[in-house]
Design a protein around this ligand. Structure first.
Ligand SMILES: C[S@@+](CC[C@H](N)C(=O)[O-])C[C@H]1O[C@@H](n2cnc3c(N)ncnc32)[C@H](O)[C@@H]1O
Length: 244
């Protein structure tokens, strides 16, 4: 694994007892998430759903030739790098790719599969990237695992260049109503948090991001997803009518 960029200093945080306990709670979640995905790393790529979704997200990013304008891409919670791999396959020009994740073992698989990519162990709520340094942020099936989604979305807004965009895929439904394996995690899993375009748009707006378009995608007979493209408010990308 390589890390060429120095970590960004953490944002100053008030050292009140509640701020300290919130930081400790987030650190506990990060440890538990990391352990859970370390355990899945060796077999993760066998998931046809995740491989197909990564290709779908890459195609969504490439709509109207928009991938042609992308040079630097950041995949947040990259896991084994499936999304970066899919983007690399269809990009019309070479991309500079960065992936961050909490799980060293997921990143080790990504490192093997993505020679030349920068892969960094980091929390999505404190990205080790400079302001305005990427053209495209992607984040697929991960927001539901994060205890501080507002901080994560704010980080996307911070690292995007003017005219840049973020593309995310979130769960909207499951083939089976209850999945015991998902509820046995040592951390909370918030599948409903971004289950509709309205929920995603409202949460993104708090971070200064606007939902430009969205689409629904369902794996054959399986889980269902919302794909959304977000862009910073203000001058930059032209407005688009949200919708598939
Ligand atoms: C279901 S996997 C998705 C991986 C990849 N995005 C994909 O589509 O295949 C979720 C990933 O999110 C990572 N993750 C969860 N919370 C994170 C956080 N706060 N910061 C960075 N990575 C996180 C996990 O380690 C895991 O690799």
């Amino acid at each position: 694994m390589t890390s060429t960029r120095p970590p960004r200093p953490a944002r100053p945080t008030p050292s009140t007892p509640s701020a300290r306990s919130e930081r400790a709670a987030r650190a506990d979640v990060a440890t538990a998430v990391s352990a859970a995905y370390d355990a899945r790393a060796a077999t993760y790529d066998e998931s046809r759903m995740h491989r197909d979704l990564a290709r779908e997200v890459a195609a969504f990013c490439a709509l109207d030739g928009e991938l042609g304008r992308v040079r630097d891409v950041l995949d947040v919670a990259t896991g084994t790098g499936l999304v970066l791999r899919a983007l690399r396959t269809i990009a019309p020009a070479p991309l500079r790719q960065t992936g961050v994740d909490l799980s060293p073992d997921m990143l080790a698989v990504a490192h093997r599969e993505l020679p030349g990519a920068t892969l960094v162990r980091a929390d999505a709520a404190a990205l080790p990237l400079a302001d305005a340094s990427v053209d495209l942020v992607t984040c697929v099936t991960a927001l539901h695992l994060m205890p501080a989604p507002d901080a994560v979305l704010s980080e996307w807004a911070r690292v995007l260049r003017p005219g840049g965009r973020a593309v995310t895929a979130t769960f909207t439904g499951f083939a089976r109503p209850a999945r015991p394996a998902r509820t046995q995690h040592a951390f909370d899993v918030h599948h409903d948090r971004f289950a509709t375009s309205e929920l995603l748009a409202a949460r993104a707006a708090r971070a200064g991001l606007r939902l430009r378009r969205h689409a629904a995608w369902q794996h054959v007979g399986g889980d269902a997803f919302l794909l959304g493209e977000l862009a910073p408010d203000g001058p930059g990308l032209p407005a688009r009518t949200p919708g598939p």
